[in-house]
Write a protein that binds this ligand. Structure first.
Ligand code: ATP
Ligand code: MG
Length: 442
């Protein structure tokens, strides 16, 4: 993409409505635009990140045997009356009539509809287990939408639902999703802690919230230092070992009963980016679903549900990875992997070198080429603000001998090299986490 053609409406001033850094940077970098309280348009730069995150989530779930579907955002109110949630959802759920005066709702979550799909097709234990998911917009009329897309009213969620013949099988799937979540967040270079959100389910805890550690998080939590050690690669642990680690939300943490010694206990704030949850037969029962077991008996299936805040993740990643100059995108979600800066547009050598680089790099990775005639300082600041992992700077002096400067945004490290070395240099740096995330938890 040439910057001269790219719609990138940057803000010069810090927007006064933004209280946290991710909101401020998303507005300044032209990623989103607020259209109403908690309702946003995604502009080209923001949409690229959102889609990259979506792709990582889908990729790991597909590998874990989940089936992607897409359900409508608008649903008949009848389904919600069946489950009993029509009344209990209260004002968070948006309701309105269509022209025939049939009541519709804008989905805040999808248990009812997924159960409706399931019961239409699945009649036997032989068709179980099954895990269905979607990545779709939700609407919740939150009392206090804030922090930009972090707590929006309309937001993008991955929601998965699994069906099982018994609790034991639901537990197996729960463990599988728990591990998949660690892989997903590791690929985004996020340090997450899976907080035990025990909802009193049968046989131990079957509810975990995945929290990104960040000072601006809404929840306070306590956790075993082992989480940090696993993420930094100092310690290796299986999914099962990780599920056994202590982590608790503020209100569930009782210092006297905490199994972690004081010097191993970490206190932090977190942003909830995901939730895995054993549902039991709450919805399948309420909606009258049964399947035939091996002995022919009619059994109510057990369910699990698994959410990820896809749009919230954009903000959470920025909270975890930025500096005073702007965003620092992890390679795996970056809107472009590299930005080429032409310091002297109109200079024949610079132009030719940039075009050549743009062509070569563009064949391997998403490349943004700053071909505008802005001043050098403005170009550097802009490229830092939008946070691409790599910058390739082409100036008239270097161009004379075919040399450019390559900057790594994260460390600020700059290396001069000849044009042919740029591609191999950048390819070596790509997605170092994708590989070890494929081999196990953490
Ligand atoms: P929270 O406690 O933050 O309100 P929740 O428990 O209501 O979240 P879930 O129903 O578990 O949320 O939804 C799954 C995921 O969707 C959450 O883990 C979170 O990442 C995301 N999410 C929930 N509400 C919002 C929102 N208003 N804006 C953006 N993302 C959200
Ligand atoms: Mg939750």
């Amino acid at each position: 993409m040439r910057l001269s053609q790219f719609f990138l409406p940057l803000l010069k001033e810090n927007p006064s409505e933004a209280q946290i850094v991710s909101h401020r940077l998303m507005l300044r970098a032209g990623m989103i635009r607020q259209q109403a309280a908690g309702i946003y348009s995604w502009l080209p730069l923001g949409l690229r990140v959102l889609e990259n995150i979506e792709n990582i989530v889908a990729d790991e779930l597909n590998k874990a045997g989940c089936n992607r579907v897409l359900m409508p955002t608008l649903q008949p109110a009848e389904l919600w009356k069946e489950s009993g949630r029509y009344d209990s959802m209260g004002q968070e759920m948006l309701r309105f009539p269509d022209r025939a005066e049939r009541e519709l709702i804008y989905s805040p979550t999808n248990e009812e509809m997924i159960v409706d799909i399931f019961r239409s097709y699945v009649k036997s234990y032989k068709q179980l287990p099954i895990n269905l998911y979607q990545i779709q917009w939700k609407f919740r009329d939150e009392v206090r939408p804030r922090f930009g897309i972090m707590r929006g009213r309309e937001f993008l969620m991955k929601d998965a639902y699994s069906f099982h013949i018994d609790v034991e099988d639901a537990r197996r799937e729960y463990a599988k999703m728990y591990d998949a979540y660690h892989r997903i967040f590791a690929r985004m270079e996020l340090m997450t802690v899976a907080v035990n959100a025990d909802s009193g389910a049968i046989g131990g805890s079957l509810s975990h919230e995945f929290q990104v550690i960040a000072d601006t998080g809404e929840s306070a939590l306590y956790y075993d230092a082992a989480f940090d050690e696993v993420r930094s690669g100092k310690v290796q642990m299986s999914g099962e070992e990780m599920r056994g680690l202590y982590a608790a939300a503020d209100e569930l943490h009782i210092p006297d009963k905490c199994p972690v010694p004081k010097d191993r206990l970490r206190e932090a704030r977190g942003i909830e980016v995901g939730h895995v949850f054993f549902l039991g037969s709450k919805y399948s029962k309420a909606m009258g679903v049964t399947v035939a077991a091996a002995d022919g008996a009619a059994v109510t299936p057990e369910m699990g549900c698994y959410g990820i805040g896809v749009s919230r993740l954009v903000g959470a990643i920025i909270e975890a990875s930025h500096d005073e100059n702007g965003v620092i995108w992890p390679e795996s979600v970056a809107p472009f992997r590299v930005g080429i800066i032409n310091l002297r547009v109109g200079d024949a050598r610079c132009d030719a070198l940039c075009e050549q680089l743009y062509d070569t790099l563009g064949g391997y990775m998403d490349t943004l080429y700053d071909d505008t005639d802005a001043r050098a300082g403005e170009k550097f600041a802009r490229m830092d603000l939008i946070g691409l992992p790599w910058q390739v700077v082409v100036g008239p002096k270097g161009a004379e001998k075919g040399a450019v400067e390559v900057k790594y945004r994260k460390s600020g490290e700059k290396v001069e090299m000849n044009t042919e070395s740029v591609l191999p240099h950048l390819l070596r740096g790509i997605d170092p986490l994708a590989q070890d995330s494929a081999t196990g938890a953490g």
